[in-house]
Design a binder for this molecule. Structure first.
Ligand code: E4V
Length: 287
């Protein structure tokens, strides 16, 4: 169920860092179409040789993204296996991960943030309709394809990246470290990821977007993170109560009480039309 890409058709241009058990490179893919040579900018995700045993989960994550296509889902061109190397070839998204973009101190407007949240909600709605669980929704996995320029009236455009190796494969400490993005029930049943888990993570991701990309519970040790769930705590609420309400609805410890994607989109639409947006065109950077 995958397009196999010949290793010799790939060149890696520069290293861009690491993911969970992976190394990331900016690269190029050459293919010949109707007798012409085409170069495509790609993102190469190479699975660490040490974690070669995770290759099924690594490719399972990618195949999830290549079975379906949606404007807010990252496009995966295929995979390349060369000796011990397992490489996922995906579209290169110009501005990279949203959390790093926001941390770089870009002051973006409230409507910019709501627009991004709505695009993520529509990607989630699409996955929900296909009954597909992503399993790793977070601002790091939200890629910025277009910055949006308020003076030109153009809006941002984001794409949800692949979930990477499933959290069930990654072990207990990685699951604990993913608090508060990982739904509480996943700590007990890591093999049973549900659509509701993605709703919880959506709530944590919206919290990140409205906190300039700062990670919630940043720097907390695993034991403290675990107690955060054991005592049913919530993230610090936004002073915008309607937004705080949406986030806490998504981050309901009872999975069945979390809102449907349609309800999430409806609530985001009413936030977009609320006068809070006009009053807070670009929030002063409060750090
Ligand atoms: N599918 C993807 C994923 N990440 C990027 C990306 C873009 C960028 N400007 N800096 C980066 N630094 C690390 C990754 C990355 C691009 N495409």
């Amino acid at each position: 169920q995958f397009h196999m890409i010949k290793y010799e058709d790939l060149t890696s241009v520069k290293s861009l860092g690491q993911g969970s058990f992976t190394r990331i490179f900016k690269g190029c893919k050459t293919d010949i179409r109707d007798g012409e040579k085409h170069l495509t900018e790609v993102l190469l995700k190479e699975l660490d040789v040490a974690h070669k045993n995770c290759w099924e989960s690594f490719f399972e994550a990618a195949s999830l993204m290549s079975q379906i296509s949606h404007k807010h889902l990252l496009h995966v061109y295929g995979i390349s296996v060369h000796g011990v190397k397992n490489i996922m070839v995906q579209e290169f998204v110009k501005y990279g991960a949203l959390d790093l973009y926001l941390k770089r101190g870009r002051s973006v407007s409230v409507s910019w943030k709501l627009d991004v949240a709505k695009q993520l909600a529509s990607a989630l709605n699409f996955l929900e309709e296909k009954n597909i669980v992503h399993g790793n929704i977070c601002a790091k996995n939200l890629l910025l394809a277009r910055e949006g320029d308020p003076s030109q009236g153009s809006s941002p455009f984001v794409k949800l990246s692949d979930p990477g190796i499933s959290v069930a494969m990654l072990g207990k400490d990685v699951i604990l470290d993913r608090i508060p993005w990982v739904a509480p029930e996943v700590l007990e049943f890591p093999d049973n990821l549900t659509l509701e888990c993605d709703k919880w993570s959506f709530g944590a991701t919206v919290w990140e977007i409205f906190n300039n990309g700062n990670a919630p519970l940043r720097g907390w040790v695993l034991e403290r993170k675990r107690r955060f769930y054991e005592s049913f705590q919530q993230l610090p609420p936004s002073q915008w109560t309607e937004l705080a309400d949406l986030i806490s609805q998504c981050m309901d410890y009872q999975a069945a009480f979390r809102p449907s994607c349609r309800s999430i989109i409806r609530q985001l639409n009413s936030l977009i039309t609320s006068d809070y947006v006009i009053l807070h065109a670009t929030e002063p950077v409060t750090q």
